[in-house]
Design a binder for this molecule. Structure first.
Ligand code: ATP
Length: 488
């Protein structure tokens, strides 16, 4: 962990963005709760994703499927057989690690020491061994590379074994032999099993997409990067069903569209990059990650996958229910309708929590401010969250300059007039500078101050978070002014 991530974790707790789950009991590893400002920021991110999918695209509709699904779902999807992490224990420290992560970190070490070729060779070798499920080979690689336990600095490693990441729970209250029910490890399968329900009920024509936001659960081993890797998290996924043969174009289209979304949210282009997968998951024909440069390096934020007809074909085989679409469009090559087929799928999958973390990291700034001239010059630092106004938890704070002369009443009046359109706070306590500071810390783009002049001419000052500049404007213009700034 770099200092910067520590600062962000501390800030997130202190200002009500993210708390460790069950903190009074010393927490539960890799599980987190969102506080009053965090839930607003996260809801705003989810709403923008939802609108960008289902409102900006007339061929994408949404669903909200259950977390529990028939156990066969996970057999068909390949998760029971193949959703594993290779684990290794250190015998001295009794700590458990992901074997692939130990090797990844070693490869990164080589790369940082300007030995990129050696790093790349190690990554390639690890990929080859994992694909072949050669666990003894993975362990040998850890020994050859002389990788020590990060805690006890010994190389006393156990064998490597595969560990399934799915959580399960008792499936039936009456039948103790009933198979377990899993907590879904991805939201995608809820979309696949509803493919025909949605297609028919919403009268969708291929190509079309189904979007969903929901919780997913994975029994992850590595838990050192705050909300980057959680055991309970939220995914925003969209499965786009296309005619076989057209998946390449759609893959490129969604790849570009998704990157544009992140840039529109204010994530700088220089901190985003595509990373093509060399090692493909069991379902994928092509896969790319959109990575963000977190304080701990470039890491996956979103995955875009060309899944072919893998999922629908698997469900068709196991359920014995046809998962086909009849395409009445005419194929120019044959002059006949394309007819029945199992559509191919291009998927976009982004973690709401990882997008939240990227947004928070990008917004967080400790700024040095110089004030005054010559001998009277002073410098101070302020912490400010430069959030895109569209995602800021509070859009505007309203302050009566003093708690008398009718200013609090006027401020209340403005609050009541604007509260139907924006999430606001009204604050009377403390000096005005202190109140500005509190809003900077949570990323509120505007502070509206009611002063003596307001009572005479119905104008207020609007103080801008980023520039700290103030402008005077009529109360009647506030709604359109703020509305313009917070639109996406
Ligand atoms: P990683 O390689 O980091 O484990 P993944 O490739 O397994 O991620 P996917 O299965 O493609 O991830 O899931 C899609 C998205 O869901 C990821 O891009 C990420 O944003 C999010 N995600 C996956 N696992 C977690 C997790 N444990 N905590 C938070 N978000 C997650």
């Amino acid at each position: 962990e770099t200092t910067q991530l520590k600062d962000i974790v501390a800030h997130a707790k202190e200002y009500g963005f993210v708390f460790q789950s069950s903190e009074i009991y010393d927490g539960l590893a890799a599980v987190y709760d969102y506080g009053p400002n965090g839930v607003e920021l996260k809801n705003n991110l989810k709403r923008l994703w939802w609108e960008s999918m289902t409102q900006l695209h007339d061929n994408v509709v949404g669903i909200d499927a259950a977390i529990f699904m028939a156990p066969q779902t996970w057999e068909a999807s390949g998760h029971i057989a193949g959703f594993n992490d290779p684990l290794i224990d250190n015998l001295d420290s009794k700590k458990r690690y992901r074997a692939d992560v130990l090797l990844e970190e070693k490869a990164a070490e080589y790369e940082n020491a300007s030995d990129a070729a050696r790093g790349a060779a190690l990554t390639a070798e690890m990929g080859r061994l994992l694909t072949a499920n050669d666990l003894a080979g993975v362990r040998q690689l850890i020994l050859n590379e002389k990788i020590l336990c990060p805690v006890s600095k010994t190389g006393n490693w156990t064998e490597v074994r595969q560990f399934n990441l799915m959580f399960s729970t008792q499936g039936s209250a009456v039948d103790s032999d009933a198979p377990p029910v899993y907590l879904r490890p991805e939201t995608a399968q809820g979309i696949f099993v509803n493919f025909l329900n949605v297609q028919k009920s919403a009268r969708m024509k291929v190509p079309f997409g189904i979007a969903q936001i929901g919780k997913a659960f994975r029994n992850e081993i590595v838990a050192r990067q705050f909300i980057f890797r959680m055991r309970e998290f939220e995914q925003m996924e969209m499965q786009f069903f296309v005619r076989p043969g057209t998946e390449g174009e759609w893959y490129d289209t969604w790849k570009a569209a998704r990157r544009k979304f992140h840039e529109a949210l204010g994530l700088p282009a220089a901190k985003l990059r595509f990373h093509d997968h060399d090692k493909l998951a069991h379902y994928a024909k092509a896969a790319v990650d959109i990575e963000y440069e977190f304080p701990f390096g470039f890491k996956e934020m979103e995955g875009i996958h060309s899944r072919g007809d893998f999922d629908l074909t698997q469900h068709q085989a196991l359920s014995k229910k046809k998962q086909q679409y009849f395409d009445a469009d005419i194929d120019p090559a044959t002059g006949k309708a394309y007819g029945n087929y199992v559509p191919f799928v291009v998927e976009t999958s982004v973690g709401a929590d990882r997008l939240f973390l990227a947004t928070l990291c990008n917004a967080y700034e400790e700024e040095t401010i110089t004030e005054g001239e010559g001998d009277a010059q002073t410098t101070k630092t302020r912490t400010v969250l430069r959030l895109h106004p569209a995602v800021a938890p509070v859009k505007a704070a309203i302050f009566p300059l003093v708690r008398k002369d009718g200013m609090p009443e006027k401020a209340q009046e403005i609050f009541n007039a604007l509260k139907f359109d924006f999430r606001l706070v009204l604050e009377e306590r403390d000096a005005i500078g202190k109140r500005y500071t509190r809003q900077d810390l949570i990323g509120t783009p505007f502070c509206i101050v009611v002063d003596g002049q307001t009572l005479e001419d119905n104008t207020v000052t609007v103080r801008h978070r980023d520039s700290r500049e103030q402008t005077r404007m009529p109360i009647s213009e506030l709604k359109s002014y703020i509305g313009e700034a917070v639109s996406f």
